[in-house]
Design a protein around this ligand. Structure first.
Ligand code: C2O
Length: 360
């Protein structure tokens, strides 16, 4: 048999028409079509002051009340509204659970396990935040970040589940969580998934710090190591995640997922919600988890040593993803428009990162 050399074009991904391209046996398809308006191209929004994302465990009473109200409003939207929490969950599911097909392409789109992981989730947080601002009629609202990366501070503890998210009855609470992910348990960045650990808190602190030093500092000195391998239009993929995506990002998901979730109802699978792509974004803690991922991306670019910049291939920069905006209209967001948070109008309050040096 003769071997045929196949060359693939390395093309960017064109913006998908979300309502018509979903083909999912899973839990991903969104209401079709919502307003029927064609998608518009994103342009940076003018703003006067930066919004500052704050650590979730340090929120003031007032900030907690506003955050709870935001999710109460989002949960109350009808299933026909793509901005509802259920549909935010489906949007995430759509982009990663073998659901989004392009005409003529064999494989579904996948934004995980490759170089789109970081920019896609930044965009998702950006639009999610704008929707919450709109529901609150308050464009100073910001998502908090969950500083699970800091294993060293003790009062209050940043690497427990932040208290507002752990309160039963709150709009920030989710039933489908590992029972041993609630305070006082510390997030285990080296977990195999859910369940209760026998590791001591001191062991976890040291393990987490060391692990992040390995994954984010010494193990991620190039764009490819940090962002993951290229993913082009039509690829079966992703072919390989960056060091950050699997651990610590993925292990936080796994730690939160509930092994016995099916007992909650037929819509649940083992390790729902946070432990599965299909339902992860239904748990409100998904969002401070991902704003922290976004924050660590920002921090990483300033770590000395190596080449800590984003990929520059045109297929990366010119890829476009479709989201629903705060008015439930479709918007096309270019990856090149997701690389500078200053242009998107937000910053992160500074918070210590002992892992950057503790591994030495
Ligand atoms: Cu799309 Cu934290 O995963």
């Amino acid at each position: 048999m003769a071997l045929v050399a196949v060359t693939y074009a390395h093309l960017p991904i064109p913006a998908a028409d979300l309502p018509t391209q979903c083909n999912s046996i899973e839990r991903c398809c969104m209401p079709t079509p919502y307003k029927g308006k064609p998608a518009y191209n994103f342009e940076y929004k003018k703003f006067k002051k930066f919004n500052v994302r704050r650590p979730a465990h340090l929120l003031t009473k007032k900030e907690i009340t506003r955050l709870e109200k935001a999710y109460t409003l989002m949960r109350a939207l009808p299933d026909s509204d793509p901005r509802s929490l259920l549909n935010q969950m489906k949007l995430h599911c759509l982009y990663c659970d073998n659901a989004l097909y392009y005409p003529g392409q064999q494989y579904p789109l996948e934004v995980h396990n490759g170089w789109f992981f970081l920019p896609w989730h930044r965009m998702f947080m950006y639009w999610h935040e704008r929707i919450l601002q709109k529901l609150l009629k308050d464009d100073t609202f910001t998502l908090p970040f969950w500083a699970w990366d800091n294993s060293m501070d003790v009062k209050p503890v940043p690497n427990e589940m932040p208290a507002p998210y752990a309160r039963k009855g709150s709009s920030l609470y989710d039933e489908a969580r590992n029972n041993c992910s609630f305070p006082p348990f510390l997030v285990d960045l080296d977990t195999a998934g859910g369940g209760c650990t026998t590791k001591t808190p001191d062991f976890i602190r040291i393990q987490n710090d060391r692990l992040q030093y390995t994954q984010l500092v010494v193990g991620a000195t190039t764009p490819s190591l940090f962002f993951g391998l290229p993913y082009y239009f039509g690829d079966y993929g992703g072919k390989g995640s960056g060091t950050f995506e699997d651990q610590p990002h993925g292990t936080v998901h796994a730690w939160l997922g509930r092994q016995d979730a099916p007992i909650l109802g037929p819509q649940y699978h083992p390790y729902d919600d946070m432990g599965n792509f299909g339902r992860a974004a239904f748990d409100p803690i998904f969002y401070p988890h991902h704003t922290n991922v976004d924050r660590i991306w920002c921090l990483w670019t300033h770590i000395p040593g190596g080449k800590r910049t984003h990929p520059t291939h045109p297929a990366f920069l010119n890829t476009q993803f479709t989201f629903y905006d705060e008015n439930a209209n479709l918007v096309k967001h270019n990856v090149s428009q997701a690389l500078d948070t200053d242009l998107l109008g937000y910053k992160f309050e500074s918070y210590p990162t002992p892992w950057m040096t503790n591994g030495v």
